[in-house]
Every structure is written in structure tokens, then in C-alpha cells.
Design a protein around this ligand. Structure first.
Ligand SMILES: Nc1ncnc2c1ncn2[C@@H]1O[C@H](COP(=O)(O)OP(=O)(O)OP(=O)(O)O)[C@@H](O)[C@H]1O
Ligand SMILES: [Mg+2]
Length: 256
């Protein structure tokens, strides 16, 4: 698998706290990579560093062989990196369609408004929100806001997509729908990094899983390998997933 994203010894400090510590990691073209770990492990911070929300304190980020360490969010968006936000943050008074159009325009300089709207409408259709297109974003349920986040990210035409807890707070039917969407996105050729606490999703959807603890990578392997890794069991999962690791899908983890 050719490398799409390469992290070399990436560190991010906040004052005395090392939120991300010396992370070296490659993400291959076409992968669905799970990024898991306890609350506060540094998962969102790592995405923030890659997408340019936070600058790396040290280390290097490369995308398609190009050093993107100093880029700002609008610049990483324009080269094909998109993300959803863990705390969903639509413009509440804009319509659902306007929110997605704004994302398209943010990432594609010079796109005509009419083209952006058309493209946005197609993304809403894809995530199953077409009927809400003209409603204000504040009127959406949590599950719908999560789908709106996905539509906004897809409107950026990403080649690399970070999904930060897109299933948190959803019921099992909604999670099943989200898993179908994630696989369809990947089937379109988008490389996906999935930050996820629901092990059912991780076990079902991911090709490979990496585990962060206290900002450092502690495991990298297939879902089955990772749930059987003693360090991961001790740090995060407990033993029940090791026993269930041979099943195609483990039950959802309890809320962390
Ligand atoms: N902007 C910030 N300023 C200061 N500290 C921060 C900032 N962002 C994150 N942190 C700290 O960095 C650490 C890693 O946080 P982060 O949000 O990346 O964890 P996470 O793995 O995404 O957790 P969760 O599973 O709860 O979303 C935490 O100790 C957090 O308090
Ligand atoms: Mg997080």
C-alpha cells in the first residue's frame, strides 16, 4: 500500500503536558485505520496537528510525500485532508445545505456558489439528510448533526478523512447506518482514519488499528491483534475484547 500520510516523531505540548509524544506512523492509501485509546490519550490533538489546527511542537507531517507540518487548516483542506469535529459545530442559523456549501467553498477556492450548492446537495443525499436541506442546522437531532458533519467533510472532496467519534451518542440503528456510510466512503477511494470508542465499529470496519495512551503509540496491528495485546488490555480495553477478538464483531464498549 503506498503511503499517503507519514508522521515522523510528532510531538505536541500544551505547557508542561505532552498531549502527543513522539508519534511515528504511516497511513497507507485506501486504508481504514482505527485510532483508539482512553479519554485524554491525544487522539483529537493528533488530528489537530495533522490538519494544522495546532502546530507540532516537534516532528514532521508529510502528505503524499510533501512536508505539510506548517500548513494552516484551510491549506490542509485544499490539498485533500478533511475531518469531522468531535464536538459538532455547524453554523446554527444557516440551513443544512448552506452549512455543507460553506465547507465546499472553504476547501475549493474559486468554486462557483451554484456548483458548491449542487455538490453539497449530493453529499446530503449520500448521508441521508436531503429532506433536511432547507432546515436550519439548529433544528437537527444529534444523529443528524453527526451526519451533517460527515457531509461537510465530504464536501471538501478529501483524499484523507478523519472521523472523530462520529458515532458517539448514536443508537445502534444509527451506528449501523454510519458503518455502511464509512465503508461506502472508503470504497470511493477515500482513506479513512476513524477515532472511535465503540469497539463494535472498530472491529467491523477497520483494516488496522493503532492505540494511543498518554500521547504515545502503544500498539499497531489488525483489530484482532490489538484487542489481544496485553498492553492495550491493561491501558484501555480490559479483558473482554481479548476473549471476543476472534468474533467478527465485538459488542459495543461501555461509555469510556
Ligand atoms: N488546546 C488545548 N490546550 C491545553 N490542553 C489541551 C488542549 N487540547 C487538548 N489538551 C489536553 O491534551 C490531552 C489530550 O487531549 P485530546 O482531546 O487530544 O484527547 P482524546 O484522546 O481526543 O480524548 P477523548 O477520547 O476524550 O476525545 C488532554 O490532557 C487534554 O486536556
Ligand atoms: Mg478526542
Amino acid at each position: 500500500m503506498p503511503e499517503l500520510l507519514q508522521l515522523d516523531a510528532v510531538t505536541r505540548r500544551f505547557g508542561g503536558l505532552q498531549a502527543v509524544q513522539n508519534v511515528t506512523l504511516n497511513v497507507g492509501q485506501g486504508e481504514i485505520l482505527g485510532l483508539i485509546g482512553p479519554n485524554g490519550a491525544g487522539k483529537t490533538t493528533l488530528v489537530n496537528v495533522i490538519t494544522g489546527v495546532h502546530r507540532a511542537s516537534s516532528g514532521r507531517v508529510q502528505f503524499e510525500g510533501r512536508d505539510i507540518t506548517p500548513l494552516k487548516p484551510y491549506q490542509t483542506a485544499r490539498i485533500g485532508i478533511a475531518r469531522t469535529f468531535q464536538i459538532v459545530q455547524p453554523f446554527p442559523d444557516l440551513t443544512v445545505l448552506e452549512n455543507v456549501s460553506a465547507a465546499a467553498l472553504f476547501s475549493q477556492a474559486g468554486m462557483r456558489q451554484s456548483v458548491a450548492r449542487e455538490f453539497a446537495a449530493a453529499q446530503l443525499e449520500f448521508v441521508g439528510l436531503a429532506q433536511m436541506a432547507d432546515k436550519p442546522a439548529f433544528s437537527l437531532t444529534l444523529a443528524m448533526r453527526k451526519r451533517l458533519e460527515l457531509a461537510k467533510a465530504l464536501a471538501m472532496k478529501p483524499r484523507l478523512l478523519f472521523l472523530d467519534e462520529v458515532n458517539a451518542g448514536l443508537n445502534s440503528t444509527e451506528v449501523d447506518h454510519a458503518m455502511v456510510l464509512i465503508r461506502e466512503v472508503a470504497a470511493r477511494g477515500v482513506t479513512v482514519v476513524l477515532i472511535e470508542h465503540l469497539m463494535k465499529v472498530v472491529m467491523t470496519v477497520c483494516h488496522r488499528v493503532v492505540v494511543l495512551q498518554n500521547g504515545a503509540l502503544i500498539a499497531d496491528g489488525t483489530p484482532k491483534e490489538v484487542v489481544n495485546d496485553p498492553q492495550v488490555i491493561g491501558a484501555y480495553l480490559g479483558k473482554k475484547y481479548a476473549q471476543l477478538g476472534n468474533a467478527a464483531a465485538a459488542p459495543a464498549a461501555e461509555a469510556p
